[in-house]
Design a protein around this ligand. Structure first.
Ligand code: PXP
Length: 240
C-alpha cells in the first residue's frame, strides 16, 4: 500500500505573506500532519527562502517523528545544509527563481554528471536520495546508472492535462515509468499537482511507494482543518 508524505511549504507561504507574524507555523502543521497518520513531512528549502526558512528546517528535524524529506536544488550550499540537518531523504529538484513552483523534472541528460556527483556525495554519507524526473524511460535508465535510491515521478503533466487524450497519454507514461523503475529496483515516489480527484487514477498501480502532496492538502486544510484534510487523502490512497 502506498504511503503519503505531506508537503507543508504552503503553510509557510501563508505565514510569510504578512512578513512580521510567526503564524501559521509549518512546524505546527507538521505535527498535525503526523497525528493525522501521514507517513512523512516534506519541505522545499529554496535558494531564495520564499517559504520554508532555515529556522523551520532546524526545528522540523527535532520535531518530525516519521520521516523528514528535504526537497532541494543540487548546489554546494544545499548539500552542506543536508549534511547538517540529516534528513531521512533528499529529493533533488530543479529550481528557477522566477518559477511559481517546481515546473518539471530534472534534466538528467544535460546534468547527469553533476547530479551523479551530488547523489554519490549524499548517499555515501548515509543520506538516501530521490531524483525528481519526468516519466521518461531514458531518464529512468540514467537514474539507474547514477544509482539513486529513489526517483520521484513528476505527475504535473497528467494533473494539468486539459484533454482526455493528453491526460491518458500522460498517465500511461507514468505507469510505464513506474513499472520500469520498479523492475530496476529503484524506489518510486510520485508527486506534483495531485489532488483529491487526480489521485483516484492511480488505483491498482502498485509500483508507487509514496505520494508527495502539498498544495491540495494545505488548501483543503484551510477550510476543514489539517487533520481532516490529511485523513481524507489517506483514505483515498489506502483505497487505491
Ligand atoms: N514533489 C515535488 C518534487 C515538488 O517540488 C512539489 C511541489 O513543491 C510536490 C511534490 C508537491 O506538489 P503539490 O504542492 O502540487 O502537491
Amino acid at each position: 500500500m502506498a504511503g503519503l508524505a505531506v508537503n507543508v511549504d504552503h503553510v509557510a507561504t501563508l505565514r510569510n505573506t504578512r512578513g512580521v507574524v510567526s503564524y501559521p507555523d509549518p512546524v505546527a502543521a507538521a505535527v498535525m500532519v503526523e497525528l493525522a497518520g501521514a507517513d512523512g513531512v516534506v519541505v522545499h528549502l529554496r535558494e531564495d527562502r520564499r517559504h520554508i526558512k532555515d529556522r523551520d528546517l532546524k526545528i522540523l528535524r527535532k520535531v518530525v517523528q516519521t520521516k523528514l524529506i528535504l526537497e532541494m536544488a543540487s548546489t554546494d550550499e544545499m548539500v552542506g545544509i543536508a549534511f547538517e540537518i540529516q534528513p531521512d531523504l533528499v529529493t533533488l529538484v530543479p529550481e528557477r527563481r522566477e518559477e511559481l513552483t517546481t515546473e518539471g523534472g530534472l534534466d538528467l541528460i544535460v546534468h547527469q554528471n553533476a547530479i551523479a556527483e551530488t547523489v554519490g556525495t549524499l548517499q555515501n554519507s548515509g543520506i538516501p536520495v530521490s531524483i525528481f524526473i519526468e516519466p521518461d524511460p531514458d531518464l529512468i535508465k540514467i537514474a539507474h546508472q547514477i544509482d539513486t535510491t529513489m526517483i520521484e515521478i513528476h505527475t504535473g503533466t497528467f494533473c494539468e492535462a486539459k484533454t482526455y487524450k493528453k491526460r491518458n497519454q500522460a498517465f500511461s507514461n507514468i505507469v510505464d515509468a513506474a513499472k520500469l523503475a520498479h523492475k530496476l529496483r529503484i524506489g518510486v515516489n510520485a508527486g506534483h499537482g495531485l489532488c483529491y480527484n487526480t489521485i483516484k487514477a492511480f488505483k491498482g498501480l502498485r509500483e508507487i511507494d509514496e505520494f508527495s502532496i502539498g498544495h491540495s492538502i494545505v488548501s483543503r486544510a484551510v477550510l476543514v482543518g489539517m487533520e481532516r484534510a490529511v485523513k481524507d487523502m489517506l483514505a483515498l490512497i489506502k483505497g487505491l
